[in-house]
Design a protein around this ligand. Structure first.
Ligand SMILES: Nc1nc2c(c(=O)[nH]1)N[C@H]1C(S)=C(S)[C@@H](COP(=O)(O)OP(=O)(O)OC[C@H]3O[C@@H](n4cnc5c(=O)[nH]c(N)nc54)[C@H](O)[C@@H]3O)O[C@H]1N2
Ligand SMILES: Nc1nc2c(c(=O)[nH]1)N[C@H]1C(S)=C(S)[C@@H](COP(=O)(O)OP(=O)(O)OC[C@H]3O[C@@H](n4cnc5c(=O)[nH]c(N)nc54)[C@H](O)[C@@H]3O)O[C@H]1N2
Ligand SMILES: [Mo]
Length: 763
């Protein structure tokens, strides 16, 4: 408690350390997953183990005996829990009763054990035979007037094998509607990096961190979301590399870290300082900040050239490898410092400071996350990061490059194997040739477009391979109502969540094997493969006894649906389900980057997907790396009242997207509650607020009017070390403030991190 506000204190410790060890123990106990977990942990991210479902940070090739982290353990205990959501449980609880459960309570019921079908008369989920369910769904899917009425959603835990079969099924059926969780996080990465460097993924590999002298961490929170990254940052800091953080909030994971697997750190209470240089940009202010840094760098370069000193820019690289520098130069020349300062909330001298530090580095890596992408100008933000790197030749050389921190553990792999609503023609041609089928050419729908199509009745059926789509998307006021208009809904999941309670006319809920579980098929135990944030593909093999004997693997579920829907399909679904090596052979035939797939994943650590930009091969229209000028702002301040704030939705430390493991946010000092907002001291003072005050929030419409529907009431103010002009609140609770229409103009990723709002003290 600080200032006597219950559940709010000032967290003094480092990230990691004993706090992490305590949290690990608590999470294992609370899920009653003790004995099973011990085996599970030892196998996680080991050469022959399973891939941690926590995040997409890569595994070092020199693995420590236990390559695990607090949040990885939480993810695994959550999956390996001995609690069960059995048919008996569902018989006793109507959907109306379950609706009253919190999101935490819903998943905490335990693992789904049986395939279920919704019975509207009793308002309950009831067990159904797999084959009966498949046949009914197949018949329904065949009954629609167009296959384009069906949406195929993928959440990024799905393996390459399952995802490939899934898109094959959807395309053979005739739909290219692939809403996907990457549409909610790194859509701007796919679009922005493809246009800038001809590769929609990062260019660095883990080894680059051993050779950089500067890492810029902008708009991401590794202490919570990619905890294993802290070990890498610690190594950088310990060998004298610099880490600069750019984030509106002071995030403990970027400041100090105590490595739970280091005896010295743990026994002597030692912590490594990660980032001394912390710049608290305003929410949504990154494009202006990045412009400011580039402007300062170019001014410095010009001054140096005049004095006959070594230039700041890598002129040889600019000449040989880039396109569009003149336009960037002209734009930066036109920008006014006063505006850049106002938009970013940082001073000119801070931006010059950043430029100076950047210039001193011989090899820089920029790491970024949702603080960059989830804005109306998310794609342009990503492109500005590339611009900054290109000015000094920091792409395609050792120790340098761009490093998006992806989300779900296989979100990148799912896209690599064909989850793409606008797939390239070459891929579709090869898919047709390999399987002897016809697939549609018309581009399909991504997540926001799918929800809109469901809302306006254009889409009739939704199949979800994992996830919690209705809760993960903005504005539940609209998404929840939309789902109830569907004719058919099929969810493949491990745990119960709110999306499973939004009843369409016909509903099925299928329990899938998790990553940790043994996947036994006709040819023996199967491995699947996944791709991490740095394009490394490797095998993952579950070892634990499945939560129930009625579970099916995701590939088997897709194959079952496909055969029931397409009885005459020439695809040998059965053989591929019996032996996943055959799925990988098919992937290798259709996608050249996966040539020799089976042989290459047999190597310890797997293989790296080809990343042409890493060797300065630019697959862009210009044939060069492109400088792209930014023209947009995250928030249009024109129509807004002077006291408007920009709100970002945040993840707590005890949370995985819509999954809540608990009610604490340890590194931000919050215990046992989520009904809080974070505000800076300066902002609180200006408004006559103190910590503990209760406020209401209203989102602002484009015309500056406070919205009546998009509002939250009764939130408690927490004064936090953060940028003025900004406010933070937790997802998914704060999703009611978002608008389904506020999206990145190029990728359609929702602007989850810049909602204009006003706040008022509650009466
Ligand atoms: N434990 C755990 N791990 C996870 C997840 C999880 O929920 N829990 N989610 C997974 C998924 S799907 C994803 S996509 C990743 C997400 O990982 P991150 O990219 O780290 O995502 P967030 O925590 O949403 O936000 C990151 C940071 O952005 C900052 N920020 C907010 N607005 C701005 C801004 O305008 N500018 C800047 N510069 N920064 C800003 C916030 O203060 C926060 O520190 O993590 C993955 N890993
Ligand atoms: N306001 C706000 N909203 C956001 C974000 C934000 O920053 N702010 N971030 C967005 C981001 S980055 C993302 S990626 C989305 C996430 O959106 P989703 O991926 O749709 O949601 P999750 O919460 O990750 O999904 C949780 C569910 O996945 C199921 N599940 C878990 N493991 C498995 C498995 O192995 N197989 C199957 N079939 N199912 C499994 C469980 O049933 C669980 O309930 O949310 C987005 N929503
Ligand atoms: Mo994500």
């Amino acid at each position: 408690m600080s200032n006597g506000v219950p559940g709010v204190s000032d967290y003094q410790g480092p990230a990691g350390g004993w706090g992490a060890v305590k949290a690990v123990t608590a999470s294992v106990f609370s899920q009653k997953a003790i004995a099973r977990d011990v085996i599970a942990m030892f196998r996680m991210n080991q050469v022959k183990g399973f891939d941690c479902p926590g995040c997409a940070w890569p595994d070092p090739s020199h693995r420590s005996p236990m390559e695990l982290c607090e949040n990885g353990v939480k993810a695994v205990s959550w999956e390996t829990t001995s609690k069960k959501a059995s048919p008996e449980f569902f018989r006793q609880h109507t959907v109306a009763a379950l609706w009253k459960y919190s999101d935490y309570e819903l998943e905490n019921v335990g693992r789904l054990t049986h395939p279920m079908k919704y019975d509207a008369v009793t308002d309950t989920w009831q067990a159904v035979e797999w084959q009966v369910a498949f046949a009914e769904i197949g018949e329904r899917l065949r009954s629609y007037d167009s296959p384009e009425r069906v949406e195929f959603y993928t959440s990024g835990r799905t393996s390459n094998e399952a995802a490939f079969l899934y898109q094959l099924f959807a395309r053979e059926y005739g739909s290219s509607n692939f809403p996907d969780c990457s549409n909610m996080c790194h859509g701007p990465t796919s679009v922005g990096l493809t246009s800038a460097i001809g590769l929609g993924k990062g260019t660095v590999e883990l080894d680059d961190f051993a050779h950089c002298d500067l890492v810029i961490c902008i708009g991401h929170n590794p202490g919570t979301n990619h905890p294993r990254m802290l070990t890498t940052l610690r190594e950088v800091a310990q060998r004298g590399g610099r880490i600069i953080s750019i984030n509106p909030l002071a995030e403990r994971g970027l400041e100090r870290f105590s490595f739970p697997q280091s005896p010295t750190d743990m026994l002597k209470g030692h912590a490594t300082t990660l980032s001394n240089d912390y710049y608290q940009v305003k929410m949504g202010g990154d494009a202006s900040l990045l412009k400011g840094i580039m402007k300062a760098l170019i001014e410095m370069d010009e001054a140096r050239t005049l004095l006959g000193q070594e230039p700041c820019l890598d002129r040889a690289f600019l000449a040989e490898h880039t396109h569009g520098y003149q336009a960037l130069y002209a734009d930066l020349h036109r920008c006014h410092w006063a505006e850049l300062e106002q938009d970013s909330g940082l001073s000119r001298s801070q931006m010059e400071d950043l430029a100076y530090r950047y210039d001193r580095s011989k090899a820089t890596i920029i790491c970024y996350g949702l603080g960059i992408t989830q804005h109306k100008n998310g794609t342009e933000n990503v492109q500005q990061l590339v611009n900054l790197l290109l000015l000094k030749g920091n792409i395609g050389k050792r120790g340098a490059g761009i490093c998006p921190l992806r989300g779900h553990s296989n979100v990148q792999g799912d896209r690599s194997v064909g989850i793409n609503e606008a797939a390239p023609e070459a891929f579709l041609l090869r898919l047709e040739a390999h399987f002897g089928i016809r697939v549609p050419r018309k581009h399909g729908r991504s997540s926001v477009e799918s929800i809109r199509a469901i809302e306006n009745g254009e889409a009739q059926a939704l199949i979800c391979m994992g996830g919690n789509l209705a809760v993960a998307m903005p504005q539940p006021q609209r998404t929840f109502e939309a789902m109830k208009k569907l004719d058919l809904q099929v969810h493949v999941a491990t745990k119960l969540n709110r999306s499973h309670l939004l009843m369409a006319k016909h509903n099925y809920l299928f329990p899938a094997l998790g990553r940790t579980e043994r996947d036994m098929q006709a040819s023996g135990i199967q491995s699947v493969t996944v791709e991490d944030s740095m394009s490394m593909v490797h095998a993952s093999c579950g070892a634990l006894k499945p939560a129930s004997r009625w579970l099916k693997s995701e590939p088997a579920i897709v194959a079952g649906l496909a055969r029931a829907t397409l009885p005459d399909s020439p695809v040998n679904w059965e053989a591929m389900t019996d032996n996943y090596a055959l799925i990988r052979e098919a992937i290798a035939s259709v996608i050249p980057a996966f040539a020799n797939y089976n042989a290459r994943i047999a190597e310890p650590g797997g293989f790296r997907m080809d990343t042409p930009a890493s060797r300065r091969e630019w697959r862009t229209e210009s044939g060069k790396a492109n400088f792209i000028v930014s023209r947009q702002h995250a928030v249009d301040r024109q129509n807004q009242p002077d006291d408007a704030l920009v709100l970002a939705t945040l993840r707590s430390h005890d949370q995985y997207n819509t999954t809540l493991y608990g009610m604490n946010d340890r590194y931000r000092g919050i215990t046992g509650r989520r009904d809080v907002v974070f505000l800076s001291q300066a902002e609180a003072e200006t408004r006559g607020l103190v910590e503990g005050d209760v406020i209401n929030i209203q989102a602002l419409e484009d015309n500056g009017e406070p919205s009546v529907e998009r509002a939250m009431y009764g939130l408690t103010v927490v004064v936090y070390r953060m940028a003025a002009g900004s406010i933070g609140a937790y997802l998914p609770e704060a999703n009611v403030l978002l608008s389904l229409d506020a999206v990145d103009t190029q990728s359609l990723t929702p602007a989850y991190k810049s909602v204009p709002v006003i706040i008022r003290k509650a009466m």
